[in-house]
Design a protein around this ligand. Structure first.
Ligand SMILES: [Zn+2]
Length: 321
């Protein structure tokens, strides 16, 4: 693991110590500095303990009771937290990745695919439950941190990370720092326009990447699940993702895009080849020529590793290249 305190979110070279707490949590035979990591998605809730090397040492998950009441939903999450902490684990921090929208820092969250929570005060409820410093961020920004920490963007100070799955999300690291923006929403690459006057997007505009290349969009366009898409759709989707990446590379002077998510990774090599070809065609400035698209490397651990990274970043330990 690269350790650095020289950049905005470089991982500190020594454990942080919280007032009145020992720095080491324990889980069975596993000891070390641990983050309680929480991933809140429309399909599953997952809670884990993640060590300082980005290893997931314990995890529990449950299908998201997205249409139950707000308190039932929180009770399901709290149950996972107790399950993971059972046996005396003592994490230093709680990091959370969740679908948006949310107000800054997760003061309130209203995940689009979790109707049970509208304006739910997630940050305060989790801080009260866990009794450790708690930090909440967008799940795609969390993944960007995770890929920079121990994944496909490790060693890079400037990159965009994307998730192309049911929707399209993203996070941007520039000059070694995760961009937040005015309300914490920086990196919403799903709403970069890739097809003038294209399909209607949920945001109200037309031709956004999310309205053309997400799993939901592909199903609407083809009448079949994305997993059953033919080669033409795979090629088209890759091309449009590449187009968005080229715009971002030109705009922000970065040369790496990490692309994860079930649609992108499910489409595989043909998707990545089409995306790279479009980047080569459209990122033509001196500084953007040579921009590379890489598949995400964190796999199923991505959401928890990213959530842990949100926690460490919040503590000021920071994680990243
Ligand atoms: Zn849109």
């Amino acid at each position: 693991m690269l350790l650095s305190t020289t950049r905005g979110h470089g991982l500190a070279t020594r454990p942080v110590r919280l007032r009145g707490r020992e720095p080491f949590g324990t889980v069975g035979a596993v000891t070390g500095d641990l983050a309680l990591a929480i991933d809140i998605g429309g399909t599953k809730l997952e809670v884990g303990l993640v060590d300082l090397e980005g290893g997931v040492v314990r995890r529990a998950r449950v299908a998201t009771p997205a249409r139950e009441g707000a308190e039932d939903m929180f009770a399901a999450l709290a149950g996972l937290v107790s399950e993971v902490l059972d046996g005396g684990a003592d994490p230093m921090v709680c990091g959370v990745g969740t679908g948006g929208p949310m107000t800054r820092g997760g003061a309130t969250v209203s995940p689009i695919n979790i109707p049970a929570w509208r304006g739910f005060p997630l940050h305060d409820r989790l801080a009260e439950l866990t009794e450790v410093p708690t930090f909440v961020d967008n799940d795609a920004k969390a993944l960007a941190l995770g890929e920079g920490w121990v994944g496909a963007a490790r060693g890079s100070d400037d990159y965009v990370a994307m998730v192309v799955s049911t929707g399209v999300g993203g996070g941007i690291v520039l000059d070694g720092r995760l961009l937040d923006g005015a309300d914490g929403n920086a990196g919403h690459i799903g709403h970069v326009m890739v097809v003038p006057d294209g399909h209607q997007c949920g945001c109200g505009a037309r031709g956004c990447l999310e309205a053309e290349a997400s799993g939901t969009a592909i199903a609407a366009i083809t009448g079949r699940p994305a997993a059953e898409a033919g080669p033409d759709i795979v090629h088209r989707t890759g091309t449009l993702v590449g187009r968005a990446v080229a715009s971002v590379a030109n705009l922000l002077d970065l040369r790496l895009a990490v692309v994860a998510g079930s649609v992108a990774l499910g489409f595989g090599d043909a998707f990545f080849a089409a995306a790279q070809a479009e980047v080569d065609r459209s990122a033509r400035l001196d500084f953007s020529t040579g921009t590379v698209i890489r598949p995400g490397r964190l796999g199923a651990d991505g959401p928890l590793v990213g959530a842990a990274a949100v926690g460490w970043r919040g503590l000021g330990v920071g994680v990243g290249p």
